[in-house]
Ligand binder design. Structure first.
Ligand code: ZN
Length: 282
């Protein structure tokens, strides 16, 4: 992670746009678009998502089939509301469960994954094709109608570089499906440092609906659909029931609604964006 990138200015709004301290100085927030970035703390080593991610153990949950397949099914239904079976690349595919679901629905899939453990799991256990490496580096050899990146953009060195790489992969009119934590969520405001989506030691970037929309526009995408969901949205029904007493009242308060999705207030921000249909300029 380049320190320069996060010290001075908002990625989208530039050096003339003021920014302020947020969460006792742990973050900076742009006053123009709301984008947040983690202030590098020299006493706390940053933990990058890289080749050895997942090798330390303790990630068994991450590869559990039932919750991951439930999550994959929800994401696939969301994506399928705008695009049918076609060629799909998932950046940061982790254990490959979304690729498995998309392939089952008729998509031709390829994953890109930095972590050797996760990529190996996807290939060996689920039998989905995955290229091990950084998406930004693998991208020039890929072509797709859909690029998905769920919980990737908040980890990358430079989101602009990532998004431009995605744009180059996509065919004209191609779709980009993103999900990131929403620092403008009701729970993020209520919980501050304790909000589970914050993870400043892992996340250099903290997006809001407005800041991600502006960043996408600046990198050549048009946002077509945007909403948010609470964490509970991805929990399988049995788990949701078991934790209902703890989670339901909070979600109700946060969203002011019994639904699990909301235009702005949920923990997770989802965006479907599109490249221009006729030309591939820029
Ligand atoms: Zn900004």
């Amino acid at each position: 992670m380049s320190l320069d990138l996060r010290s001075g200015a908002c990625l989208t709004c530039g050096p003339d746009q003021p920014h302020r301290s947020h969460l006792d100085g742990r973050l900076r927030r742009c006053l123009g678009c709301g984008l947040g970035w983690t202030v590098a703390d020299p006493t706390v080593p940053a933990t990058a998502y890289e080749e050895d991610y997942f090798t330390g153990g303790g990630y068994d949950d991450y590869f559990l089939p039932a919750p991951r397949r439930f999550e994959a099914g929800r994401r696939l239904r969301w994506l399928s509301s705008v695009v049918g079976p076609s060629v799909l690349v998932e950046a940061g595919c982790a254990g490959g469960y979304f690729l498995e679901a998309a392939r089952g629905a008729g998509f031709t899939v390829t994953g890109v994954e930095v972590s050797r453990v996760a990529a190996g799991f996807a290939v060996e256990r689920l039998g989905v094709p995955v290229r091990q490496g950084y998406f930004e580096r693998v991208a020039p050899s890929l072509r797709a109608d859909v690029v998905c990146a769920f919980h990737v953009l908040e980890h990358v060195d430079d989101p602009r570089v990532f998004l431009r790489a995605a744009r180059e992969v996509l065919t004209p009119g191609g779709w980009l499906a993103l999900e990131v934590p929403n620092i403008a969520s009701a729970a993020a405001n209520r919980l501050g440092h304790d909000w589970p989506g914050l993870q400043p030691e892992y996340h250099p970037w903290h997006f809001t609906p407005e800041s991600l929309t502006r960043l996408l526009t600046a990198t050549g995408f048009a946002v077509v659909r945007r909403d948010t969901a609470v964490f509970r949205y991805y929990m399988p029904p049995r788990y949701r029931l078991r934790h209902a007493r703890r989670l339901l009242p909070r979600d109700w308060l946060d969203l002011r609604s019994p639904r699990l999705t909301h235009p702005r207030r949920g923990d997770l921000l989802r965006i479907l964006a599109r490249t221009p249909r006729d030309t591939r300029s820029g």
